[in-house]
Design a protein around this ligand. Structure first.
Ligand code: BDP
Length: 731
């Protein structure tokens, strides 16, 4: 091959190496593995044979189109291929052997005629096709889609193949998302403190926006777009009304401009009282014509500045947030007013179902009792956003019975990526298994197979719009998430939002390879750690269907003894109902009868402790300490066993992690090692607090084989009051 045709200019490559070497020797190298690049590290392919094969399959790039998205694609290919193949990327305007053809199907159709038609038929506007084929006798790989955003997703998917060391010699892929709106929810306050954040300050530097465009905003968009996230709600659901002021709209518009080429629409959370707080009206009554006009005008103002603005997210009449109740209006009346304001501009209105009333009854039941009678009352551009479980992002919850009970209301799922209930930024707790569990539970709304995933993707009922949201804690910490492994939950959310049939294990594997190394000696054991980590978190906190045993407010450590708070459903004793006879919340006919909210056969299954899965036993039943479990142990012994098992698993995680020393960079190895040691100490505190407290009621011994708690119950009660909590107050 003539030198001018060489696609990877070797001379320039040597210069790159020299510069790299100088970089490694410089003090900047100290930051090299701080986690900033997350899963888009694009390190050189370590396997020489594979590297050669990749280089021969991607000798040059032919890219068609000049839109901002195509420019983003070009820049990503420069970074990605440049890093992975350790060479400069040659963009060529002619097709040759080893060309990578990138562009929309329309733009590229002259090369392959109808050949891609069967694959293109399988995708929607956001989907992509990747195929190895011959054009004019030349072997090429094409990355295409119906829109340039589809091509961008295809580009990231193509790079992922290289990052995870897949064979790329005969690719044939057609992928498209099933869920239309794949949205991150930031709980960021305007003062930049992040509610349940734990990873520094908010990424959005409102003080320097709109003038300063922090390059980090682009990296944020790249990371999200690489998974197919296409929306982001910028601010906390406990919304500050000032977000609707003109100066903030200017700032938001700049973020929207930066995210647009990456296919990410911005949304904001709004406060229901905004017409009074920002607009000086005397009421926020959703049926008042002036209030309706105020919202419609406000929406027009926003859309004038941000034509592709996603819409509003609202937390109303929940935990003190204002809403339509004050005016004796329903949720549907409140939501529809806002939906009408954004509707002419193609916007969505997302209304949260996380409500519980001041009157006290089983909080489990409340959202269902509130919203099911209003099914069909919401406008077509309203989505009802429902947390996966009926209470609140606990380590394990049964699914919210609202999924499968709203045939006429677009229902979307809200998952929590940030580790509010999983040890903040100090515990390793990969949420992939929780997310897949939540998605795959069967609601039986229309017989078997009506899983939560099929409900929210609009397959069970014919929804007008579909969506999934993940509450994320991204912040100014260099690695975005605080604990390096919270990144994996962010990644799992994004990948599942795109394709809910992926398994948590394959996502973990992909993430590990891209984020650390492809070395199987690292990937295999660490994947196991990740897969076990969520169950460990359940076991040392709240096994067998216990829930909400947290210390009030911060939700870090245990306080199963909490009994005296303004609302009973903020106390732990309300949830576990333990006494000398037994433990658990009776939600059968003899109790709150929340199980009647489930479709058959679940209602029948959950009505009897014998047929209730043991993981949910104490969610639905109050049973005696001597109740016999599947293992043959009594409930008391099983409970103790689970708590001890949780701690054992963390110790096993520590051993496994120690075994991979030397296979990855020292920085991240040491950090995770230290965090695992904190996790082990915390897990012991959780276990001892809970076992000793429940023992004070059951009056049963801790079986001989287990290590004795180091301290007595009083010690742990005292500890709850004095302990340092590793998180800022966010208000
Ligand atoms: C709870 C959090 C609280 C949130 C609330 C919500 O503790 O900070 O404001 O959920 O989702 O889990 O609105």
């Amino acid at each position: 091959m003539a030198e001018t045709q060489l696609d990877f200019n070797m001379k320039r490559t040597s210069l790159t190496y020299l510069l790299l070497l100088l970089f490694w020797l410089s003090p900047f190298a100290l930051f090299a593995e701080d986690g900033y690049r997350a899963w888009l590290r694009y390190e050189k392919v370590s396997n020489e044979q594979l590297l050669e094969s990749y280089r021969s399959h991607i000798q040059s790039v032919y890219i068609k189109g000049t839109s901002p998205t195509l420019q983003a694609i070009k820049s990503e290919l420069e970074k990605g291929l440049g890093g992975l193949l350790a060479a400069d990327v040659h963009f060529n305007s002619a097709i040759q052997d080893g060309s990578l053809l990138v562009g929309t199907a329309d733009e590229l159709s002259s090369f392959f005629g109808n050949e891609l038609e069967p694959l293109l038929q399988k995708i929607n506007q956001e989907g992509y096709v990747i195929k190895s084929l011959q054009v004019d006798g030349k072997n090429v790989t094409v990355v295409t889609g119906k829109t340039d955003i589809g091509v961008l997703y295809g580009t990231f998917a193509f790079l992922r193949n290289l990052q995870t060391h897949k064979d790329i010699s005969s690719l044939e892929v057609a992928e498209a998302p099933k869920i239309e709106n794949r949205i991150l929810n930031h709980w960021d306050n305007l003062n930049r403190l992040v509610e349940r954040g734990y990873a520094g300050l908010s990424l959005w530097d409102w003080g320097t926006l709109p003038d300063y465009r922090d390059p980090r905003y682009t990296d944020y968009a790249r990371l999200n777009s690489s998974m197919g996230i296409n929306g982001t709600v910028l601010n906390n659901v406990n919304a500050d009304p000032r977000i609707l002021q003109d100066d903030f709209i200017e700032k938001i518009a700049v973020l929207a401009d930066i995210f647009r080429p990456y296919g990410i629409q911005v949304y904001i959370s709004v406060n229901f009282q905004s017409p009074m707080e920002v607009g000086n009206l005397e009421t926020a009554d959703p049926l008042d014509p002036d209030v309706r006009k105020w919202w419609a005008d406000k929406a027009s103002e926003i859309y004038d500045r941000i034509p592709d603005f996603g819409g509003f997210l609202v937390k109303a009449d929940s935990e003190g947030e204002p809403g339509p109740f004050k005016y004796n209006r329903t949720h549907a009346e409140g939501a529809n007013m806002l939906a009408e304001a954004v509707e002419p501009h193609g916007g969505l209105l997302i209304w949260r179902a996380f409500v519980y009333s001041p009157e006290q009854y089983d909080r489990f039941r409340e959202a269902y009792d509130e919203f099911v009678p209003q099914d069909g009352d919401f406008n077509d551009n309203v989505l009802l956003q429902v947390k996966n479980g009926p209470i609140d992002f606990q380590p394990r919850e049964p699914f919210s019975p609202l999924f499968g009970a709203l045939p006429n209301t677009n229902t979307m799922l809200e998952l929590q990526i940030t580790q509010e209930y999983f040890g903040f930024n100090t515990h390793l707790a990969y949420q992939g298994p929780l997310f897949t569990e939540a998605l795959n539970l069967d609601t039986y709304a229309k017989g078997e197979g009506s899983t939560v995933a099929n409900v929210i993707s609009g397959e069970v009922f014919d929804y007008e719009h579909t969506g999934i949201a993940g509450v994320v804690n991204l912040g100014t910490d260099r690695n975005w998430t605080g604990h390096p492994f919270v990144q994996s939950s962010w990644y799992a959310f994004g990948r599942l939002a795109w394709n809910h049939s992926l398994s948590s294990e394959e996502i973990a594997e992909e993430w590990l390879k891209m984020t650390f190394t492809n070395n199987p000696d690292f990937v295999e054991p660490v994947k196991e750690i990740m897969q076990e980590s969520r169950e460990a978190g359940v076991n040392y906190r709240s096994p067998l269907g216990l829930t909400h045993l947290y210390a009030q407010g911060h939700h870090y450590g245990p306080a199963p003894w909490t009994s005296d708070l303004p609302r009973p459903d903020w106390t732990a004793v309300y949830y576990h109902k333990a006494d000398e006879d037994g433990i658990g919340f009776d939600r059968t006919e003899t109790g709150s009868n929340a199980i009647e909210q489930y479709n058959e056969p679940l209602e029948t299954q959950f009505s009897d402790p014998e047929t209730t899965p043991e993981d949910y036993l104490l969610w639905f039943h109050n049973v005696s300490w001597d109740y016999e479990m599947d293992s043959g142990r009594t409930l008391w012994n099983e409970l103790v066993h689970k708590y001890y098992k949780g701690v054992e698993t963390v110790r096993w995680m520590q051993d496994e992690w120690n075994s991979i020393e030397g296979l990855i960079d020292k920085e991240r190895f040491e950090k995770v090692k230290a965090l695992l040691s904190i996790q082990e100490k915390d897990a012991v505190i959780w276990r001892n607090s809970c076992v000793l407290y429940f023992q004070s009621l059951s009056d049963k011994p801790i079986p001989e084989q287990y290590e004795k708690p180091e301290h007595d119950l009083e010690y742990y009660k005292e500890l709850e009051k004095t302990r340092y909590i590793p998180a800022p107050r966010y208000y």
